[in-house]
Design a protein around this ligand. Structure first.
Ligand code: 5AD
Ligand code: SF4
Length: 515
């Protein structure tokens, strides 16, 4: 039987990218073949994101296109995976009858069975084609975490990073799923459910196997990655092995780490010490509270842990932070940043900001501007507030900042961030930094920031030379000429020293000092 061609498109965050990589590995092992265009596929899968309306609209328009193909008589099977599947639930099937399979982010291990049922028979029942966490309450999450079949998906990942279509030298490893924070604007606690922590042995083992497959950079993933905490010796095991575990209440972070607990700091230390082949260990996203000095100490003591923090402030106004239920004040955020730079003077800091949250006045916005001016953010992803069904904010606070004002604030803040980035980047000029080379490019291509993405566009007036680009441990982008007489392929995936010669808001320009 020939392989079934499948097209998989991913929307949204790094967590979704990892989910897609695992889905891909799972389907490859079952004999599916991945294609680059949806028109070539018999199975089209969209791994969706619900964090902002924009991401949802994009996915809906793709779903519409597949609907047209089906209406024209083509035999295509359409699966919607991820947060939109979970959020819309069966309503999506009613509104978009072209959708054959629905699979929430917590059920992806069941995807092959769903596809199988839908492919075998048009008459497959809804129960055979839909897997959602749905009405599972947060209390039953404890039991579910232990029986967690999703853990097997993480555990069984394909250890051939080439086959997964990603750069061979970098990989992501999930340590925590879900979120307990309930920021009022955010759908994640509803779509991804309660915080569940993976057993540290599983995580270390996964890192080791990735390293054996040639990976030298691992990014640990969690929505609030520093909430990682695993209590050993509990009765809840599967086949004698430790099982995933729901997180403790937030008050746990105000007490010292007990014996028999693997805290986030201890987990970092373990991976660093037990898998020395990982030359760069990083983690996202940090929640700026509950970030103890123990983590900073480990970062200071372990040379292969990157001194890079992505710790979203979201706003600089205490009033808005309160409405967002972020759980800290501006002064507390500033104190957190000060502590980071006291421990790690060469750290880099990045974040996220939402503009136009309900009720945000000019004064509130100015408070955010002053935060972005005064703290050394290397970059901030800036988002316009998007009311999300099911969240507290959409119910309680009318979306009263006109879109025009949101857009204006977004642009103003981008300009302020650009100055801050320039200032932060300038401090690196003259220093020699280790750069992990990611790819080659033409020096005639110049970067430009569009929304949250950095794009490289050709400039007709610039000289065309082959160049290399990569990142420092602090996630700063460095561009440099390809050393004469060498091939780019020989450098990609290697860490080389580079002298930083100049800097702009978007990147550092360097020279390789050892060719
Ligand atoms: N509207 C706009 N931005 C949002 N984010 C999360 N929810 C929303 C929303 N409803 C942003 C936050 C978060 C990032 C992943 O997305 O800044 O940190
Ligand atoms: Fe959403 Fe807040 Fe959880 Fe981040 S910490 S995933 S913004 S609820």
């Amino acid at each position: 039987m020939s392989a079934v061609p499948v097209y998989l498109e991913t929307f949204g965050c790094q967590m979704n990218e990892l989910d897609s990589e695992l889905v891909r590995g799972q389907l490859l092992r079952l004999g599916y073949a991945f294609v680059d265009h949806p028109e070539q596929a018999q199975v089209v899968l969209f791994n969706t994101c619900s964090v902002r309306e924009h991401a949802e609209s994009k996915a809906y328009s793709r779903i519409g296109l597949v609907g047209k193909r089906k209406a024209a008589g083509e035999q295509v099977l359409l699966g919607v995976l991820g947060c939109m599947a979970e959020r819309d639930g069966l309503d999506m099937l009613r509104r978009y009858p072209q959708v054959d399979v629905l699979c929430g982010p917590g059920e992806l291990d069941r995807l092959p069975a769903l596809l199988d049922a839908a492919r075998r028979s048009e008459a497959a029942t809804q129960a055979e084609r839909v897997a959602l966490a749905g009405n599972r309450t947060r209390r039953t999450a404890t039991l579910h975490a232990v029986q967690d079949d999703l853990e097997t998906l993480d555990l069984s990942r394909a250890f051939d990073p080439d086959a997964a279509g990603r750069a061979r030298h970098s990989a992501q490893v999930r340590i925590t799923r879900g979120c307990n924070k309930f920021c009022t604007y955010c759908v994640v606690p509803y779509t991804r459910g309660a915080e569940v922590h993976r057993p540290p042995d599983h995580i270390v083992e996964e890192c080791r196997r990735l390293a054996d497959a040639g990976v030298i950079e691992v990014t640990l993933l969690g929505q609030t990655v520093n909430h990682y905490r695993y209590q050993h010796g509990l009765a809840l095991t599967v086949g004698g092995r430790e099982a995933p575990q729901v997180g403790p209440g937030l008050s746990a972070f105000r007490q010292p780490v007990a014996e028999g607990v693997t805290s986030f700091a201890r987990l970092l230390q373990r991976i660093h010490d037990e898998v020395p082949a990982i030359e760069r260990l990083r983690f996202v996203t940090s929640y700026p509270r509950d970030f103890g000095p123990d983590v900073l100490q480990v970062m200071r003591d372990c040379p292969r842990i990157c001194r890079y923090l992505h710790a979203p402030a979201q706003s600089g106004s205490d009033r808005i932070l309160g409405l967002m239920n972020r759980g800290y004040t501006r002064a507390e955020y500033e104190a957190f940043v000060e502590q980071v730079f006291t421990f790690l003077p060469d750290a880099t800091l990045a974040g996220d900001i939402i503009v136009g949250f309900p009720g945000e006045t000019d004064q509130d916005f100015e408070a955010t501007c002053s935060l972005v001016r005064s703290l050394p953010f290397k970059n901030n992803f800036i988002f316009k507030y998007s009311p999300r069904p099911g969240t507290v904010a959409i119910d309680r606070f009318p979306d009263d900042v006109p879109d025009e004002v949101k857009r204006l604030r977004n642009n103003q803040l981008l300009a302020i961030q650009s100055h801050t980035s320039e200032r932060v980047h300038a401090t690196w000029v003259g220093r020699t930094v280790p750069v992990l080379i990611e790819e080659q490019f033409e020096s005639s291509e110049a970067p430009s920031a569009r929304g949250v993405e950095l794009r490289w566009e050709r400039r007709a007036d610039a000289p065309r030379r082959k160049a290399l680009r990569g990142r420092t441990p602090g996630d700063l982008i460095v561009a440099m000429d390809l050393p004469a007489g060498t091939q780019a392929e020989n450098w990609v995936g290697r860490i080389v020293p580079a002298q930083v010669e100049s800097a702009s808001a978007l990147l550092l320009q360097g020279r390789m000092t050892q060719a």
